[in-house]
Write a protein that binds this ligand. Structure first.
Ligand code: PLP
Length: 407
């Protein structure tokens, strides 16, 4: 018999639980004919969120001219639109189109940015909880993810003392996800300024994942990290997946600001990796100019009476009714990250909890440790379903928890 084919050693610490074993079990149940409520992925379309029609029209109109490869950094008109977009943001440093790279989703640009930066053993400061792609890609790139804690008792803001204490002479970058996935925290100017100060003092690169910058609730205001760090090398990541509800298009951008003359070598590395994937999906690049240009329909979803706001409120209210469950009210993004009081729910293995919930209720959520949260006492729920469906799902979660005993 020929030997078993194994995955590479490089994948040893690479985990992506949002689409991990629990989701694989959900797919198997679906194949058996069960209907699964998927509260695991921030994927607006299946929940009835339509993409703005002008985006669809421009993509369709551009299709006949989109059959060839584009420039590896992306088409000029879209990169120009990204430049204009940031020119209109208060305090954002001036950029030109050479400071913009387009990508097949922020996901691809994260891979390019970290692969181009990290040598083996280089450390990257990443929030805990995090959007786990940052940790996975750091590992894949040979780096070492070092998690700084975010403090639930302080609205899930970064614990700045913890962050600073984890800077070493191997640290290369600080990742800031704002608005945050999974917690929904939106950071103040003071918090961002302090993080920028750490980067300045220790000569670190800032990586700002701002994909939820337009999904804000109540009085939350998004402040781009680059705007408080004009003198620090800052990579800002954003795209069309969430605010424009077209995550299937895979369309995003990366913008660099700060002392670029000192970073030429790194930026050439980014361009090299961008050229090795040839170019981003061309039809989807056509969506960027129209999306960033005109009317921003996402506002209708987040203002009073808006669907996303109503669903955020429903999630918070319904979770609050479950004994032993608490949740910090998300101020942005598409998720809630409730805590299960360990005194009430002594959970040892939260992936098993997610599997048991799936088997019993056919509801798919992601366990908190899947976001590099160090204890098995949180869950992440996507707040995309219609309020009544969300309320029902959370009530079923409550019923399930009331009788749940882990072996
Ligand atoms: N960054 C964060 C914080 C996210 O939550 C997601 C997707 O959920 C991504 C990046 C990936 O986005 P994209 O669809 O642009 O690859």
């Amino acid at each position: 018999m020929s030997p078993v084919v194994r995955q590479s050693e490089k994948l040893r610490d690479v985990l992506y639980d949002i689409r991990g074993p629990v989701s694989a079990r959900a797919a198997a149940l679906e194949a058996e004919g069960h209907r699964i409520l998927k509260l695991n992925i921030g994927n607006p379309q299946p929940f009835g969120f339509d993409a703005p029609s002008e985006i669809l029209q421009d993509v369709i109109a551009g299709l006949p001219m989109s059959a060839g490869y584009s420039d590896s950094r992306g088409i000029q008109s879209a990169r120009r639109a990204v430049v204009h977009h940031y020119q209109l943001q208060d305090g954002f440093p001036a950029i030109g189109i050479d400071d913009v790279w387009l990508g097949n989703g922020v996901s691809e640009l994260i891979q390019i940015a970290l692969q181009a930066l990290l040598n083996n053993g280089d450390e990257v400061l990443i929030p805990a909880p995090d959007y786990p792609l940052w940790t996975a890609v750091t590992n894949l790139a040979g780096g070492v993810p070092v998690h700084y804690l975010c403090d639930e008792d302080n609205g899930w803001n970064p614990d700045l003392e913890d962050l600073e204490s984890k800077i070493t002479d191997r640290t290369r970058a600080i990742v800031v996800i704002n608005p945050n996935n999974p917690t929904g925290a939106v950071y103040s100017r003071e918090t961002l300024t302090t993080i920028a100060e750490f980067a300045r003092k220790h000569d670190l690169v800032l990586m700002a994942d701002e994909i939820y910058d337009k999904i804000l609730y109540d009085d939350a205001v998004h402040i781009p990290l680059a705007s408080v760090a004009p003198d620090v090398l800052t990579l800002t990541f954003n795209g069309l997946s969430k605010a424009y509800r077209v995550c299937g298009y895979r369309s995003a951008w990366l913008v660099v600001t700060g002392p670029l003359e000192r970073a030429q070598d790194y930026l050439e590395g980014i361009t090299l990796l961008a050229s090795m994937r040839l170019c981003p999906n061309v039809p989807a690049q056509n969506a960027i100019q129209v999306a960033l240009g005109g009317y921003q329909s996402v506002k209708e979803l987040i203002l009073p009476g808006g669907r996303l706001l109503e669903q955020r409120d429903t999630a918070v209210d319904e979770l609050g009714k479950i004994p032993g469950v608490s949740v910090v009210r998300p101020r942005g993004a598409l998720y809630a990250f409730p805590r299960l009081d360990p005194e009430v729910y002594p959970i040892k293995d939260d992936q098993q909890l997610a599997l048991d919930l799936l088997t019993s209720e056919k509801i798919l959520i992601t366990q908190g440790t899947g976001f590099n949260w160090p204890r098995p006492d949180h869950l992440r729920i996507v707040t995309l379903p219609w309020a009544r469906d969300l309320a029902e799902a959370i009530q079923r979660l409550g019923n399930f928890l009331s009788s749940y005993r882990q072996a």
